[in-house]
Design a protein around this ligand. Structure first.
Ligand SMILES: Cc1ncc(COP(=O)(O)O)c(C=O)c1O
Length: 424
């Protein structure tokens, strides 16, 4: 039954008040300023509809969760079917969706990543990676990169390269050190006899959509081999087609020793994380005690069924190729706009459909995001670099929709230039 505008207004007010009293008052204030103080009501494909009936093209895509679009029918169907059988694992018997998912991940992942631990989020996937790397190597330390984002649990935070999230929670888990991204010699220089692993995002997401030079990953692989150090690829955001290949490391033909996945692995329907590693690493960690690392909810049938269906869809619909083709088109459009407006736009960059536009000032980016939501396009800035607006739409976005987004983005840029006048 449709709600009247007055009823919608009353419900929205009620939700805002509950956010203020019970969720997060500062967050709701920011949502208001940004023009996001609407209730998300339903979603399908690339579009989100709010309670008032406004429709938005989703160019944030849940920070990379909605690669398949919202509510992909095959994933929804798989989840509904599993729901009527056994949604959560008893943790005693064998679990077929879990076994099938781990086998599928071993088949598609690069370079002998035979075993997987299934969890519920990207941060949990990182936690497992850190623990497994420590136990497998007998060493304690990790090299990560400035601007890196691996999650906000205590372990993941210790390798996340932004002070603002780390400082209030110090002391951090010891052993994390940071080097500049895209600087292989800096990694080699930071290695000590305590270094267990180097952990890298193939393309830095929250750091501001930073694509490394083509020889970076191959060189890091060589360095890790030379010093007998593990290379962990955090493909939580880049994985499963986002950058135009199934895994971003495939661009450089690099085989990591471990990999983390989450976000789009659940097909945009279920939360799930995965930590993959070689048989050699696995043997050193789980052989003596198979319960050395566990999760009550991790690997539940519902989430694994969603992931299996998502992987099928990614192959059937050729989503990595779509991301490559449409990403190149989208990037070309963004670069053309950036070149026209150098006063406020520094650069457009990215790989596949993981795109970012860097503003000269973070406040201008926020202003443009606000104008875009009013015109029906959802975008957001990157968490570790607020000067960069990211575009990470579902990989099923069409050329027409990309054209609409480009028009809305440029209109926002023009609005900002007019508003700021002599200030820029
Ligand atoms: C590369 C990367 N790793 C890890 C995470 C953490 O994932 P989650 O928010 O599911 O804990 C994120 C989240 O944005 C991410 O982008």
């Amino acid at each position: 039954m449709e709600m009247t505008p007055a009823e919608v207004e009353a419900v929205t007010q009620d939700v805002i008040e509950k956010y203020q009293k019970f969720v997060n008052p500062t967050q709701v204030a920011l949502l208001k300023v940004g023009g996001f103080d609407h209730i998300e009501h339903k979603a399908e494909g690339v579009r989100i509809t709010d309670l008032e009936g406004n429709i938005y093209i989703d160019c944030l895509g849940g920070y990379g969760v909605f690669s398949l679009g919202h509510r992909h029918p095959k994933v929804v169907e798989a989840v509904k079917k599993q729901l009527d059988l056994i949604p959560m694992a008893s943790k005693t018997f064998l679990n077929k969706p879990l076994a099938d998912l781990c086998a599928k991940l071993a088949e598609i992942s690069p370079g002998g990543l035979q075993y997987s631990f299934i969890s519920n989020s990207g941060a949990e996937a990182a936690e497992a990676a850190l623990k497994i790397a420590r136990m497998a190597t007998g060493k304690t330390d990790f090299i990560a990169t400035v601007g890196a984002y691996h999650g906000k649990t205590m372990g993941a935070l210790a390798i996340t390269g932004r002070e603002v999230y780390r400082k209030p929670f110090e002391p951090m888990l010891p052993g994390g050190s940071f080097v500049p991204f895209d600087d292989a010699p800096a990694i080699e220089a930071a290695i000590t006899d305590k270094t267990a692993a180097v952990i890298l995002e193939p393309v830095q997401g929250e750091g501001g959509i930073i694509v490394p030079s083509p020889d970076y990953f191959p060189r890091v692989r060589e360095i890790c081999d030379k010093h007998h150090i593990l290379l962990i690829a955090d493909e939580v955001q880049t994985g499963l087609g986002r950058t135009g290949k199934m895994f971003a490391v495939n661009h450089w033909d690099v085989k990591p020793d471990m990999m983390t996945l989450a976000k789009s692995l659940g097909g945009g329907v279920m939360p799930i994380g995965a930590t993959l590693a070689t048989a050699e690493i696995w043997g050193k960690v789980f052989h003596e005690n198979p319960f050395i690392h566990t999760s009550t909810f991790g690997g539940g049938e519902l989430a694994c069924a969603a992931a299996l269906a998502a992987l099928e869809v990614i192959y059937e619909e050729g989503l990595p190729a779509k991301a490559a083709e449409n990403g190149a088109y989208f990037l070309h459009g963004l670069q053309a706009i950036a070149e026209k407006h150098p006063k406020i736009l520094k650069e457009a960059r990215g790989l596949g459909l993981m795109l970012g536009v860097e503003f000269t000032d973070s406040d201008i980016g926020k202003l443009v995001i606000g104008t875009m939501v009013h015109r029906g396009v959802v975008a957001a800035y990157t968490l570790n670099n607020p000067k960069v607006i990211r575009f990470e739409p579902p990989l099923v976005i069409t050329r027409e929709e990309i054209d609409t987004v480009l028009g809305v983005f440029e209109a926002g840029v023009l609005d900002a230039i007019e508003l700021l006048g002599d200030l820029i």
